[in-house]
Design a protein around this ligand. Structure first.
Ligand SMILES: NC(=O)c1ccc[n+]([C@@H]2O[C@H](COP(=O)([O-])OP(=O)(O)OC[C@H]3O[C@@H](n4cnc5c(N)ncnc54)[C@H](OP(=O)(O)O)[C@@H]3O)[C@@H](O)[C@H]2O)c1
Length: 349
């Protein structure tokens, strides 16, 4: 492995420590190298807190070495004043002569300006080391800035014979019928903690009364997003408990006063997906996990507006009920969580 690859790989490792806590900022890692030894390391922990480069520079004990060092950073250093001052200025002020950048920042406020500023100040700048890996690290951030919508993960569990749920018994309590084992369900809670929002359709709320929060893992709760065109969801449903920020898409104004629950009016006579995604983009939501049911998932699949699908196949046989969505499983990878099969499909190269 060449030297640049080795140190950018370390930047990626460091950056991943910030998974789920840096929104709306990207995950970024940085290392400072002198004489082929790492003399400083840092990563961005939380929006509003110091960027990776600041933490890496602060961690260097002998600051005199900075004038002969190379700073590696997985994403282009920022050149603008946000909640913190520009990292480029700090690199320039510390006279670090060499800068190696994994990938260019897609944020319009940066987008190459950081690199230009460093070059203008006389630094030797190398750009595009492990670029694909650095882009993949921040796929949510890149999708948000480039496609002006959140990164979309479709998730469902289906029975061995291809059903999302068995035929409903109207006398039965509102609760889901589990298809997967407890480890798979715990993994889903970890996934929820990694995304900024979670969406389900009206019928799923009516049938299952889900909490849509993170319980079997520690981390942030995603913003709950539900569709309720005709106010079919009863107000005593868990999604209306106001315990988590919740966004409800409806067709007309609703008078409901709660601190964390917002109703957003959209035109259900038009295609609702672009309207939902626009509102999510305005709310700075960079990623969303869509957890069902069939109609909701199938609309995203049919309009080809999704980035990744995570499908569990359990061992139960239902015989009838709500069918699983239809999705062409190209570029799929498979894994097993005990007896559950987990298929991951990517909708990008
Ligand atoms: N196994 C799993 O992973 C899993 C996950 C979730 C749910 N489920 C099961 O799936 C079943 C529900 O699936 P489902 O397909 O019946 O319901 P759904 O997708 O949860 O909800 C469908 C309803 O949502 C609204 N809706 C969704 N997409 C829309 C669109 N593009 N445009 C307009 N409105 C839209 C409509 O309500 P209006 O008609 O009121 O507008 C529609 O009737 C439940 O039994 C649940 O248990 C299983």
């Amino acid at each position: 492995m060449n030297k640049h690859d080795k140190y950018i790989r370390r930047c990626i490792e460091l950056a991943q420590n910030g998974f789920g806590t840096t929104y709306p900022n990207p995950m970024v890692g940085s290392v400072i190298v002198y004489d082929d030894k790492i003399i400083g390391e840092g990563w961005h922990k939380k929006a509003g807190e110091p960027h990776a480069e600041v933490n890496a520079i602060r961690s260097v004990k002998d600051k005199s070495l900075l004038k002969k060092a190379t700073i590696y950073v997985s994403l282009e250093p920022c050149s603008h004043f946000g909640k913190t001052p520009p990292c480029c200025d700090l690199i320039i002020a510390n006279e670090i002569p060499n800068v190696v950048v994994g990938t260019v920042d897609p944020n319009e406020k940066v987008a190459g300006n950081g690199i230009k500023k460093l070059i203008a100040a006389g630094a030797n700048v190398v750009v595009g080391v492990l670029e694909d890996e650095c882009n993949e690290l921040n796929k949510r951030f890149f999708t948000f800035h480039q496609k002006k919508r959140p990164y979309i993960i479709l998730k469902w569990a289906e029975s061995l014979d291809g059903f999302l749920a068995p035929e409903k018994d109207i006398n039965q309590d509102r609760k889901p019928i589990w298809i997967t084992n407890t480890y798979s369900r715990q993994l889903v809670h970890k996934w929820r903690s990694e995304e900024q929002a979670i969406l389900v359709g009206t019928q799923t709320v009516i049938d299952d009364n889900p909490k849509l929060n993170v319980r079997d893992w520690s981390g942030n709760n995603p913003v709950r997003v539900v569709l309720d065109q005709n106010n079919r969801i009863s107000r005593d449903s868990r999604i209306f408990d106001d315990s988590v920020k919740t966004l409800v898409f409806t067709k007309s104004e609703i008078s409901f006063s709660a601190e964390n629950t917002t109703f957003e009016v959209i035109d259900f006579n038009q295609n609702i997906l672009p309207q939902i995604l626009e509102v999510l983009h305005q709310n700075q939501i960079q990623s969303i996990i869509i957890e069902g049911g069939l109609q909701t998932l199938q609309s995203f699949i049919d309009q080809n507006i999704w980035d990744e699908a995570r499908i569990f196949i359990g061992k139960s046989i239902f015989g009838n009920g709500t069918k699983a969505p239809l999705l062409q499983k190209k570029n799929a990878t498979k894994a097993f969580i005990q007896n559950d099969e987990l298929i991951n499909v990517r909708n990008y190269d």
